[in-house]
Design a protein around this ligand. Structure first.
Ligand code: ADP
Ligand code: MG
Length: 189
């Protein structure tokens, strides 16, 4: 309802047969929302076009169906929101709001690096949620490259340590879905 998904992509629209490399057992388990009850995080890693946002949206919609307070936001959007709130002296209220969601979906980590202030604010949001609520992140970068985004190596190491603890990590190491579709179309013509 107020999760603010960019697109409505429910589970039924995700074609599992198109991604035989996906760990279907883990994905099915995620659709039960058990990870939210257990305050576990979920991390989708892989190149652009592999369906990370689609899967995160579909799982977010499942969370909403199960009455979990869910929020979808891009990393960039969240960082901007935090910086603006600080300027308006409204940061504490925003941090509180972000700590209340059962599931916080952060899309697109890695496309745009953060300023030092932005990285620190995002770090604060994630630290406050640690083991209290689930975070779902999608990223085009492998963990080794996350320092590039956060800037600070020690901060990134601490963040990864917490985020990945007991997390479900899904490596989307397949080609882009659209590329696959167009290749399949070409073969059938
Ligand atoms: P990413 O976030 O990894 O860059 P997206 O989730 O945006 O990729 O997927 C790119 C496009 O391909 C979207 O329109 C998405 O709905 C579609 N898509 C990707 N994987 C699948 C799939 N397995 N079944 C149906 N559509 C898919
Ligand atoms: Mg995406």
């Amino acid at each position: 309802r107020e999760a603010r998904f960019p697109l409505l992509k429910p589970l039924e629209t995700f074609d599992l047969s198109a991604v035989p490399e996906l760990d279907i057992r883990m994905f099915r388990e995620l659709t039960t929302c058990e990870y939210i009850r257990e305050h576990r995080n979920v991390i989708f890693l892989g190149p652009s076009g592999t369906g990370k946002t689609h899967m995160a949206t579909a799982l977010g919609l499942e969370a909403c169906k199960n009455n979990y307070r869910t929020r979808f936001v891009t990393c960039y959007g969240l960082v901007n929101e935090l910086i603006e709130a600080r300027e308006d002296r409204d940061l504490q209220r925003l941090l509180k709001r972000y700590s209340r969601y059962d599931l916080l979906i952060l899309d697109e980590l890695g496309y745009i690096p953060f300023s030092k202030e932005g990285a620190e604010l995002l770090f604060q949001v994630l630290a406050e949620r640690h083991e209290k609520g689930s975070v779902m992140i999608t990223s085009n970068l492998g963990f080794a490259d996350w320092t590039q985004v956060f800037g600070d190596q020690a901060m990134t190491a601490a963040l990864l340590d917490r985020l990945t603890h007991k997390a479900r990590i899904i490596n989307c190491n397949w080609e882009s879905y659209r590329l696959r579709q167009s290749l399949a179309d070409r073969r059938s013509n």
